[in-house]
Write a protein of this length. Structure first.
Lengths: 390, 493
């Protein structure tokens, strides 16, 4: 230990103090800067990639949605048209295509519309009187407006005997299709989690459809459903259905598309729920059995609460995917008969194919809006409440 | 020794250089690659590939055929050419689509090339295809490889059996279809169909309705125009003639397959080749397909005739259907107004105006090679190529057809029906203006599909089509559209 001018210095032998009178070298300063910005630098490539591949197309398509785009020699000619592409879908010449054909509301239509309106208003009133926050209110208002819109749309079309448009068709695919897929997938997963013979075979067999490309599934189902010259035509004819044209009737066409879609997507729900069922500790189930609980009680009180968080997640993913359905209706019916099986994605695709890029982008944004509102509402208003109760 | 070694090395080096520098053949277009965009093969694309190999051997130019789904050809081509990507040198597509490309200055004017070409024999190309299909605004921008218009085909053997004549108008058509419907026409013990006309959405149904409507609405000749008023560009669709055509089209379904609403041209042709259809509306393909291996059930059993017309036509003055007379139907035959419809117009090749000059020369040379009688007179007799006749030499000389397997009677009958249609002064032209695909392929097709599905009435459908077409016309500019439409009909004033 040495002391210089009353200051005690504790130095190791051989220590040479840095010469502070010399400025640090350029390389040193660069390294220092790198150290200081390491976090930003590591994340920059990912941010740039996201900007290029995700945000930029989103912004570009938003600009296109408010424009009339035409391809000309040397590039694009873009003309700003405001909300014209959107208003055309909701109030203008494409209303019948997007929302449906509206004439007069029948008695049943009025009953449905007024019942749904009353239920939504009651729900809002209860929220305002029992607990209130600005963010919660705004969110619920958006949900209520979309809910009212959808209820009146179905009241004016489906419940009044009029054809509904691509929004209604998409909602039908999502709610009916995903509902069926969830129930069957859940059932199969529960069965395969039980100690039954050949369950490994069933696990593989049930999983195969998911690996097939949707276009392949579309063609396969179109062939199988062909009553006159398909591979199952003898079977159709044996059942006396050789004059049955499923593709000529709006409802049978929609149901056949849901059957094809379900065949492909049930395995997705099945495989994830199977993993969830198999992760339930055996001692919970055995304790229930010891207490004399029935199989149904074990499922309802033990298994279901355990798999519910996974089930909610899988349904959310499936619903988001369901909103984007395009392959099967395109291959199986080309959106026909009429526009009866045309989903919003297919509607947007057909507009894009005819080079009406503005309309195509507007429909895509309407689809995004509906998907976000329904999925966020489903999660915040139903799932979160349920989870709290559990 | 040293000098000997040097000479040896020099000799080897020279031989190596010569060996690599000298190609296996000396061609006019060595090193040139022509990239072609068209529909998936074997139809149309398959023969381009085959002939491309021959062309490579002759000239050295390599032919690359890129195949994309039918509905995406135009979109992909326009995007490629308009954005300056220019990865495609030649587009082979519906001639009507070219108007929009020419309007944008994207297509090479081929008149100077034709002027220097002594092999193409342009006058041998039938007048409709030479003057309407290949030309836009008086200049030739396209080279035809396929001639398209629709005709009526019938089962000759069945018609003889029931003692009826080929239909001349749509009333006759219904009577014959009804009589044939339910008969076993291919001996498999099953009831077959009186009529087969594709009705699937997003397929070819808008061509079929054009064929039916033309006979009810166009009476004064090709220049009258089937689709728009040439003075105001107002759609000529929301009227009694088109309403009747919609009704007729739907009624034919009563005598067709139960799932006809979901059948496109491929499905219909499969039924025809299986011998299950009594009456069929199709392009020229059924003739060659009937002598194909898969058409054994109908070999030498088919007959062809000009598209049925109508005895009652639209009187534009009153807006009602009226019996044909000399004033109203100047081109009528036996009181029946025929207006054979050049549906689709045929597949034709266009050259990218922005391609290198050498590539443009090679591209034109290849299209000319495809079009020349020596090649095309064989190609049109093969069903699988999808090419239908468009040259006088193909229509006047039956020898190539008989060589291909046609009976002399059917060759005469088939070519006679084509000539009756092609030379008809009231031939109806397809929509050949910017936005053609939106007018017919989107709006007309969708409303027709909704009508066929029972969603809306014919009157509602026609009103919707009128509104939709007006929107498209206003969007593209009414005056420009009017000018283009008149030019497409050969009206130059």
């Amino acid at each position: 230990m040495t002391s210089t001018q009353g200051r005690v210095e504790n130095r190791q032998p051989g220590y040479v103090p840095a010469d502070n009178s010399q400025p640090p070298s350029r390389r040193f300063r660069f390294n220092e800067w790198l150290d200081g910005h390491a976090r930003q630098l590591f994340i920059t490539p990912a941010v740039v990639m996201i900007l290029i591949f995700s945000i930029f197309p989103l912004v570009a398509s938003l600009i296109i949605a408010f424009s009339r785009v035409r391809l000309k020699a040397g590039g694009y000619q873009v003309r700003f048209v405001g909300f014209k592409n959107f208003s055309k879908q909701i109030f203008g010449s494409e209303q019948f295509h997007f929302l449906g054909t509206f004439t007069t509301l029948t008695f049943l239509g009025w009953v449905v519309a007024l019942s749904a309106s009353a239920a939504i208003l009651w729900w809002m009133y209860r929220y305002i009187t029992t607990g209130f926050s600005i963010i919660g209110f705004i969110g619920r208002m958006i949900t209520a407006i979309v809910g009212l819109g959808i209820a009146w749309m179905f009241a004016g079309t489906f419940f009044s005997g009029n054809p509904f448009g691509t929004l209604g068709v998409t909602l039908f695919y999502v709610f009916v299709g995903c509902g069926v897929q969830f129930i069957i997938g859940l059932g199969l997963a529960f069965l395969c989690s039980q100690p039954i013979r050949g369950r490994n075979f069933f696990r593989v067999a049930f999983f195969i459809p998911m690996m097939i490309t949707p276009i392949g599934v579309g063609y396969v189902f179109r062939m199988m459903a062909d009553t006159t010259k398909g591979p199952f035509s003898p079977a159709w004819q044996w059942f006396g259905l050789n004059d049955f044209a499923w593709a000529a009737n709006p409802w049978t066409a929609r149901i056949f598309i849901i059957i094809g879609d379900s065949w492909q997507w049930i395995p997705f729900i099945f495989i994830i729920l199977l993993a969830a069922f198999e992760n339930i500790p055996r001692d919970y189930v055995e304790a229930g059995q010891m207490d004399g609980a029935s199989n149904w009680q074990i499922f309802r009180e033990i298994s279901w609460p355990q798999v519910m968080p996974v089930a909610v997640t899988v349904m959310l993913i499936r619903v988001i995917e369901g909103f984007k359905i395009v392959d099967l209706p395109n291959i199986m019916t080309s959106g026909g008969p009429g526009i009866a099986t045309e989903s919003m994605s297919l509607h947007s695709f057909f507009a894009w194919r005819s080079l009406d890029l503005g309309q195509s982008a507007a429909i895509a944004y309407l689809l995004l809006f509906v998907t976000v509102v329904i999925c966020v509402s489903f999660f915040n208003l139903i799932v979160v409440n349920r989870m709290r109760r559990i | 020794m040293k000098s000997t070694c040097k000479s040896l090395l020099a000799g080897v080096a020279a031989a190596a250089v010569l060996g690599t520098a000298t190609p296996t053949f000396a061609g006019e277009f060595d090193g040139v690659t022509i990239s072609i965009l068209t529909r998936p093969g074997p139809v149309i694309a398959g023969r381009l590939v085959d002939r491309g190999k021959e062309f490579t051997e002759m000239t050295g130019a390599e032919i690359r055929v890129n195949e994309v789904p039918f509905a995406e050809i135009f979109q992909k081509l326009l995007t490629d050419w308009a954005t300056g990507t220019n990865s495609i040198d030649v587009g082979v597509f519906a001639s009507g689509w070219a108007v929009e490309l020419v309007d944008g200055g994207l297509v090479e004017n081929l008149d100077p090339y034709i002027a220097k070409d002594d092999k193409i024999d342009i006058d041998d190309i039938a007048p409709y295809f030479r003057e309407f299909n290949q030309k836009i605004g008086g200049n030739t921008y396209l080279i035809t490889v396929d001639g398209d218009f629709q005709m009526l085909y019938y089962r000759r053997d069945i018609l003889e059996k029931i003692g009826m004549e080929p239909p001349k108008d749509w009333d006759d058509y219904m009577k014959v279809a009804e009589a044939m419907n339910g008969m076993d026409m291919n001996g498999d013990g099953e009831a077959d169909y009186g009529s087969c006309i594709f009705k699937k959405r997003n397929a070819q149904s808008y061509f079929a309705i054009g064929s039916i409507a033309a006979g009810f609405t166009q009476t004064k000749g090709t220049g009258e125009g089937l689709w728009f008023d040439t003075e105001t560009m107002k759609p000529k669709i929301n009227n009694a003639g088109w309403a009747e055509a919609f009704r007729v089209y739907k009624e034919t379904g009563k005598y067709g397959p139960t799932d006809e609403l979901n059948q496109d041209i491929g499905d219909t042709r499969a039924l025809v080749q299986a011998g299950r259809c009594g009456l069929v509306i199709d392009w020229g393909d059924i003739g060659p397909l009937s002598i194909d291996e898969s058409g054994a059930a109908i070999r030498d059993k088919m007959g062809a005739v000009i598209m049925p017309g109508s005895r009652k036509v639209l009187n534009p003055a009153t807006g009602e259907l009226q019996q044909c007379d000399a004033d109203l139907c100047p081109h009528a035959t036996d009181g029946v107004n025929h207006a054979p419809y050049a549906a689709f117009g045929g597949w034709a090749g266009a050259v990218n105006a922005k391609a290198d000059q050498k590539v443009k020369d090679a591209s034109y040379a290849f299209l000319s090679y495809m079009n020349q009688a020596e090649q095309s007179n064989v190609d049109v007799t093969l069903g699988w190529t999808g090419y239908n006749p468009y040259r006088n030499s193909q229509l006047n000389d039956t020898s190539k057809w008989i060589e291909a397997g046609f009976s002399p009677e059917f060759a005469d009958n088939y070519l006679g029906a084509i000539k009756d249609s092609l030379n008809h002064p009231n031939m109806a032209s397809d929509v050949r203006i910017p936005g053609a695909q939106q007018y017919t392929g989107v709006v007309l097709d969708r409303e027709l599909a909704r009508f066929l599905a029972g969603e809306i009435t014919a009157e509602q459908a026609l009103a919707n089509i009128e509104a939709g077409w007006e929107e498209i016309t206003d969007d593209f500019g009414r005056d420009t559209q009017k000018q283009m439409y008149k030019l497409s009909l050969g009206i130059t004033n």
